[in-house]
Design a protein around this ligand. Sequence first.
Ligand code: ADP
Ligand code: MG
Length: 233
Amino acid sequence: MKEITHELLSSFRAPAFPGSFFLSFEGIEGAGKSTQITRLKTYLENKNFRVLILREPGGTPFGEKLRQAILETKTEITPLAEAHLFASSRSQLLSEVIMKELAVPNTIIICDRYIDSSLVYQGHARGLGVAEVLEIHNIFPLNLVPHLTFYLRIDALTSEKRQKMRNAPKDYFEAKGVEFYKKLMVGYDLMAELFPNRILKIDSEGGADEVTHKIVESIEALISNKQESLSDE
Ligand SMILES: Nc1ncnc2c1ncn2[C@@H]1O[C@H](COP(=O)(O)OP(=O)(O)O)[C@@H](O)[C@H]1O
Ligand SMILES: [Mg+2]
């Protein structure tokens, strides 16, 4: 596997659109992504932001087709093929939606999973290598990353418990069992260390209100920092 160099890491940056923000939520199934995204949307809309929620893979007609293909496959896809499928959907989403919408002032885009899912699922858990997946993204616009990523952290067993309560049929990833979930947790922890400025790791074992409080606090900091730096110019 390849080495993750500083040079490689330094080619990833957040898109620069004044007054607009790009956010993502990460974490294993049941971590609370959907719950927190819904709450954050309401919070931000009350602050007069225009909020768009996107899901990965998907978010464009082409991406939704890929999503179906990936989630419903009955045959094994190699991690390399999988990484390229996700990157393909992502680059379409960036060009067709994310960049255009961020150009509208006062917009906040919230992605339910983004690049870290590829780094963790294909790169770490499925063994392709984190540097290998980063390299697939080392080309514009795939090298654009969120301003802030909320990594909601729960234990593999908590994930299993919450999924059982949900009673949803298992899809491709969910059918892989607790051992796979443990690998994902380790992978996400690694990403939080690799991108300490972008990824905020939040314990999501406890109450959902506490998680929301932490998210709102850091969003407020992000918004006021950005506005300060704008007024400095
Ligand atoms: N902090 C929390 N504590 C307890 N239960 C939670 C918490 N966050 C979410 N849940 C519950 O766990 C389940 C999965 O949450 P969800 O938001 O759908 O997770 P995800 O989108 O990450 O898979 C839901 O039933 C939700 O109500
Ligand atoms: Mg969800």
